[in-house]
Write a protein that binds this ligand. Structure first.
Ligand code: HEM
Length: 250
């Protein structure tokens, strides 16, 4: 009887410590893809299927809630970007159109605006839980440091997003906010003035500031957040979630 000859790549597949049942069985096409994307599939499966400890309370899930809210921000943000015009003459008008004319626009905008506030609350609760449990201690220091990047990116997204409607409230709030590095009780030493100019793309708030904030909001900060979050979650999967019962109650 003829045996099927081994193909290049089969040996790697045999050596891979995989669990054969996929999350969702997409049939032969799904298995073809799975065999070629094991590096993604295996950690993803571990992450999605990791058991939650029976003693866990709601605060253990604040990281997951933050991730969920971030996905909401991504989806609604992409939809808003299709309709938003990042110019001083177009920004306010395009958002009025989104709210009053575009079908479901008011819902998408609402989800994005309230989702941003909810994400800030969730990230703080997540951070408090990690701090309260001491879950940042060895070997999870790097997870915490990446968390600091995530916090800065999240707050940066809220700050830059606030200017985008380009209405009176947005304009003057950003005028005050961008001046803070120079003129507060605790200014940034020596370079405060330059930080203000860097943030505003000049001395005043102009169309150049709007372009700068839009780029930060659309491109730079989400890119930073997605990169840091991938590493953050990779460490969580690798090290396992810290549970109070696991290390503190003996
Ligand atoms: C976009 C923001 C963030 C997301 C989506 C996120 C997501 C997660 C998730 C899903 C976990 C798994 C366990 C859990 O849910 O508690 C986790 C763990 C952890 N996070 Fe975050 N996180 C974020 C921000 C932060 C911040 C701001 C800090 C601290 C400065 C932080 C520090 C940690 C640490 C130390 C762990 C490991 C503790 C454990 O294993 O329970 N994270 N994060």
């Amino acid at each position: 009887m003829a045996t099927t000859a081994k193909q290049p790549g089969d040996r790697e597949l045999e050596q891979y410590p995989r669990k054969r049942q996929p999350l969702i069985d997409f049939g032969p096409l799904g298995r073809w893809f799975e065999d070629r994307a094991l590096a993604i599939h295996y950690p993803l499966r571990e992450f999605l299927m990791h058991p939650v400890d029976k003693f866990s309370n709601i605060f253990d899930l604040m990281g997951e809630l933050t991730a969920f809210l971030f996905i909401n921000q991504l989806i609604t943000g992409i939809i808003l970007a299709v309709f938003y015009r990042p110019t001083i003459s177009g920004a306010f008008v395009s958002l009025q159109d989104i709210t009053y004319v575009t079908p479901a626009g008011v819902w998408i905008r609402g989800l994005h605006v309230y989702g941003a506030s909810a994400m800030v609350i969730a990230i703080f609760l997540h951070m408090c839980r990690v701090f309260w449990y001491g879950a940042y201690k060895k070997p999870r220091e790097l997870t915490w440091m990446l968390g600091v990047v995530l916090l800065i990116a999240t707050l940066g997204l809220s700050f830059t997003g606030y200017l985008l409607p380009w209405n009176q409230e947005a304009y003057w709030a950003t005028m005050v906010g961008t001046f803070m590095p120079f003129y507060t009780l605790f200014p940034v030493p020596f370079i405060g003035r330059w930080v203000v100019i860097l943030l505003r793309a000049g001395n005043d708030l102009t169309g150049a500031t709007l372009t700068r904030f839009y780029t930060l909001h659309m491109l730079i900060l989400p890119g930073l957040l997605i990169t840091a979050l991938t590493l953050h979650l990779a460490l969580v999967v690798r090290q396992g979630v810290f549970f109070l019962t696991e290390e503190h109650t003996q």
